[in-house]
Ligand binder design. Structure first.
Ligand code: C5P
Length: 398
């Protein structure tokens, strides 16, 4: 991996973590990048422009005007020059200004003019990081497609311990390297992904649901998008954010809504990955009013839902690839093979609830990929690493 030839605008703001920017610059340059520093007025209180210009071999940009002769620094030119903008450290103030377009310094005007992807490494005290306004502003940046390099937990400059420490320069440099090293083999491909549980309504306050967190499906969406695919993510009710401009998210609740959104998107798609834990049954009747407690038993009549995977299997054209999931508790391989055939899938990803760390709510998963011709077992990995293995398999077939 390397950052050979990459032009990086490094934004530095007024946090004590600014002293780490010197190490970060050294690492980026060592990996082959060209670095242009843009620093806020408060940033200059923490690290001197002399240090930064000596490390980057470029004058540091801070003021709108270069000197009092009418020349100015062009944030528009910087926005077009860069392959990436990295703001490290990013204070709560800068994050707030970025979220709301408060363009009162050179760093923010550069951010607003930026054509390249933007990476933000927050650094602040734990209470500032935990404040709802910081969380809301970071979510706004995510919704703009910016990448947030999460701070870590540890001792802060205040000697308090908590989340707010800027990620270490080594890991920030690696984050950028990983971004640029992604192969773009799915450019021009449309992929539909279902994720999360479905809720089947019983009455206005109750539903039948399941423990699916959506983490696996969201990791798959991020991975496909990172490789250049245009992703439609049909998500059941989950507490997750999406972070990539290539991901179009459709929120649904019931199997019927997921069915409608997924079958529609599949018409135009090259592939579908059906990762959602869809309810197999739904109440025959939904009550418009809250069902009251009574002395007698309550009997809920359930009817089968539509099988989205099987429907796509029937619609599937020769150029389309269909991937399903099977979460099993017993006779895993036999059940997965049966589903592969029945739903006309190209391959199926099996995970067993018997494997520790696999399945619902975990951050890890242990899978076996089964097609009609082969079966490949993988070790326990994080869900984002598992997503890579699955998308590698998909890329071979798309
Ligand atoms: O038959 P089973 O529900 O175990 O099959 C799991 C696979 O089928 C998963 O890929 C799941 O997303 C998909 N499925 C579906 N629609 C349903 C039920 C399951 O797409 N109604």
């Amino acid at each position: 991996m390397s950052l050979q030839g990459k032009k990086i605008v490094l934004g530095i703001t007024g946090s004590i973590a600014a002293y780490k920017a010197a190490v970060l610059i050294r690492l980026l340059i060592k990996k082959g990048a060209e670095v242009q520093v843009v620093i806020t007025p408060a940033g200059k209180e923490f690290i001197t422009p002399i240090t930064l210009s000596a490390l980057t071999s470029k004058p540091v940009i801070s003021d709108f005007f270069a000197q009092r002769d009418g020349s100015w620094h062009s944030h528009v030119a910087l926005g077009q020059w860069a392959d990436a903008m990295l703001i490290a450290p990013a204070t709560a103030s800068t994050i707030g200004k970025m979220a709301h377009g408060v363009a009162d310094n050179m760093l923010i005007t550069t951010y607003l003019s930026m054509k390249a992807p933007v990476f933000v490494a927050p650094a602040m005290d734990l209470d500032m990081f935990a404040h709802p306004s910081t969380a809301a502003n970071l979510n706004t940046l995510r919704s703009y497609g910016n990448y947030i390099i999460e701070p870590t937990e540890g001792e802060l400059a205040s000697h308090l311990v908590g989340k707010g420490r800027m990620e270490e320069p080594e890991n920030i440099a690696e984050y950028l390297e990983r971004y640029f090293s992604k192969s773009k083999e799915l450019v021009g491909k449309k992929v539909v992904i279902t994720a999360g549980p479905t809720y089947e309504k019983i009455d206005p306050v109750r539903f039948i649901g399941n423990y699916s967190s959506g983490k696996m499906g969201f990791a798959l969406a991020e991975e496909c998008a990172a490789r250049g695919a245009e992703v439609t993510l049909v998500a059941g009710p989950v507490q997750l954010q999406t972070n990539h401009p290539n991901i179009r998210r459709i929120n649904v609740e019931s199997c019927a809504e997921m069915y409608a959104a997924t079958t529609e998107a599949f018409k135009e798609a090259h592939a579908a990955i059906l990762c959602a834990a869809v309810a197999d049954f739904t109440p025959e009747n939904t009550s418009d009013t809250k069902i009251k407690r009574e002395a007698d038993d309550l009997v809920l009549q359930l009817k089968p839902t539509q099988d989205i995977a099987a429907a796509l299997g029937r619609m599937k054209q020769p150029h389309q690839c269909l991937v399903g999931f099977a979460l099993e508790t017993n006779d895993e391989v036999a059940h997965a093979q049966d589903k592969l055939q029945r739903k006309n899938l190209d391959f199926i990803v099996l995970n067993s609830l018997r494997d520790a760390g696999a399945g619902f709510r975990h951050d890890t998963n242990k899978i076996t990929i089964i097609s009609t011709t082969e079966s490949k077992e993988y070790p326990l990995k994080t869900k984002s690493e598992v997503a890579k293995d699955i998308v590698d398999e998909l890329s071979k077939r798309s």
